[in-house]
Design a binder for this molecule. Structure first.
Ligand SMILES: NC(=O)c1ccc[n+]([C@@H]2O[C@H](COP(=O)([O-])OP(=O)(O)OC[C@H]3O[C@@H](n4cnc5c(N)ncnc54)[C@H](O)[C@@H]3O)[C@@H](O)[C@H]2O)c1
Ligand SMILES: O=C(O)C(=O)C[C@]1(C(=O)O)C=C[C@@H](O)C=C1
Length: 309
C-alpha cells in the first residue's frame, strides 16, 4: 500500500522517462502535486492534454519552487543548463535527482550549481524503449527493473533512503555505486549495443542494392531487433556517446579486438573457436532469463525482443 511521499514533485522534462514517472506517481498517489515543465511548448501542451501533471509551467525555475522532489529527465547534454536555471529557486531540503544514462558527466555538469541546502542524488532507471516524447511513456515502465543511484560522498542518509523508497514504490530494485563504475558497466550493457545497432543498420543502408528491397523484405530476423535499437532517439544517444566517451571508447576497443578474433576464426575455418564462443554466450542469455531479467517475461509486457527461447 503506497501513500503520499512528497507534497510537490517537479518534473523537468516530460518525455518517455519523465512521462512514465508522472503516470506512476499519479497512479500510486505518491505526491499531492505534480508540476510539469518542458522547454518545448508543444511537449508541455501535449503533457497537459494527457493529464500527466497537476500544473504545467514553461520555466524550470518556476516549476521547482516549493518542490520537495525535483526529477530532471532531459538529454544528458542539457543537464548543466537545467541545473543552472533551477539552482536559485530550489527549496531548502529538496531532493534533486535525474535519470540520465551517463552519470559522471551529469554530476560534473550539475553539482557545481547545486546549493548546499539541497540533496543532490543522481540516478538512472535501467528501463526504457526506443520511443520518445510524452506519448511514449507508460505506467509500470520501471517495474521489476533496476534503478542505479550514484550518491556523491557525504550524501544525507535520510534523503537517500527517501529516494530509494520512491523508486522501490515504482517497482524498481535499487542499487548504489559510484558514477565512474556506473558509466563503465552501462557502456558495455547499454551504450555499446546501441552503437552496434546504429552501425549495423547504417551499414545495411549503405549497401543500397540490398536495402532497396531485401533488408525490408527479410527483416523478420535478427536484423529486426537491431532496427528497434537503431530507432532510438538521436539526441539522447548523441549525448550519451559524447558524455560517456572514455568508457565507450574503452569498450569499443575491447569489442573490436574480440571481433577481429572472430573474423580470424571464420577466415581460417576454426570451428572449435566459434563453437566455444557461441556456447559461452548462449549460457549467458540463459542465465539472464533464469535470473528473471528477461524483458520478454509476461510481467514486463513491453516489446518482443527475442521470442526464440
Ligand atoms: N529512453 C530511454 O530508454 C532511457 C532510459 C533511461 C534513462 N534515459 C535518460 O532519460 C533522459 C530523458 O530521456 P527520454 O527518453 O525521456 O527522452 P525524451 O526525448 O522522450 O524526453 C526528453 C525531454 O527533455 C526535454 N528536452 C530536450 N532537450 C532539452 C534541452 N536542451 N533542455 C531542456 N529540456 C530538453 C524534451 O522537451 C522532453 O521533455 C535522458 O537523459 C536519457 O539518457 C532514457
Ligand atoms: O530497451 C530499450 O530500448 C533501451 O534502450 C533501454 C535502455 C537500455 O539500454 O537497456 C537504454 C538506455 C537507458 O539509459 C536505459 C535503458
Amino acid at each position: 500500500m503506497n501513500s503520499v511521499q512528497f507534497e510537490r514533485v517537479a518534473l523537468i522534462g516530460i518525455g518517455l522517462i519523465g512521462g512514465s514517472i508522472a503516470r506512476d506517481i499519479a497512479a500510486l498517489g505518491l505526491a499531492r502535486e505534480i508540476v510539469v515543465s518542458s522547454r518545448s511548448a508543444e511537449t508541455l501542451k501535449r503533457a497537459e492534454e494527457l493529464g500527466l501533471g497537476t500544473s504545467y509551467v514553461a520555466s524550470a525555475a518556476e516549476a521547482v519552487k516549493d518542490a520537495d522532489l525535483v526529477i530532471v529527465s532531459v538529454p544528458v547534454g542539457a543537464s548543466g543548463a537545467v541545473a543552472e536555471q533551477i539552482a536559485g529557486y530550489l527549496k531548502p531540503g529538496a531532493i534533486v535527482t535525474d535519470v540520465g544514462s551517463t552519470k559522471a558527466s551529469v554530476i560534473a555538469q550539475m553539482l557545481p550549481h547545486m546549493p548546499a541546502h539541497v540533496h543532490f542524488i543522481p540516478g538512472h532507471p535501467i528501463a526504457g524503449t526506443e520511443k520518445s516524447g510524452p506519448d511514449a511513456g507508460f505506467a509500470g515502465l520501471f517495474r521489476g527493473r533496476w534503478c542505479i543511484l550514484t550518491p556523491p560522498p557525504g550524501t544525507d542518509a535520510e534523503a537517500l533512503s527517501r529516494l530509494k523508497h520512491f523508486w522501490e514504490s515504482l517497482g524498481s530494485r535499487v542499487d548504489e555505486m559510484d558514477a565512474q563504475h556506473h558509466d563503465k558497466v552501462l557502456a558495455i550493457v547499454s551504450h555499446l549495443p546501441h552503437i552496434i545497432a546504429y552501425n549495423i543498420v547504417g551499414t545495411a543502408d549503405d549497401l543500397e542494392t540490398v536495402t532497396e528491397s531485401e533488408v525490408i523484405k527479410y527483416s523478420a530476423s535478427g536484423f529486426r531487433d537491431f532496427t528497434r535499437l537503431a530507432a532510438s532517439d538521436p539526441t539522447m544517444w548523441r549525448d550519451v556517446c559524447l558524455h560517456n566517451k572514455d568508457a565507450i571508447l574503452e569498450m569499443l576497443a575491447r569489442f573490436s579486438e574480440d571481433l577481429a578474433y572472430l573474423q580470424r576464426a571464420i577466415r581460417w575455418g576454426e570451428g572449435d573457436k566459434l563453437f566455444d564462443l557461441f556456447t559461452r554466450t548462449r549460457a549467458i542469455r540463459r542465465s539472464i532469463v533464469e535470473a528473471g531479467q528477461d524483458v520478454d517475461a509476461p510481467d514486463f509486457g513491453r516489446h518482443a525482443l527475442d521470442k526464440k527461447d
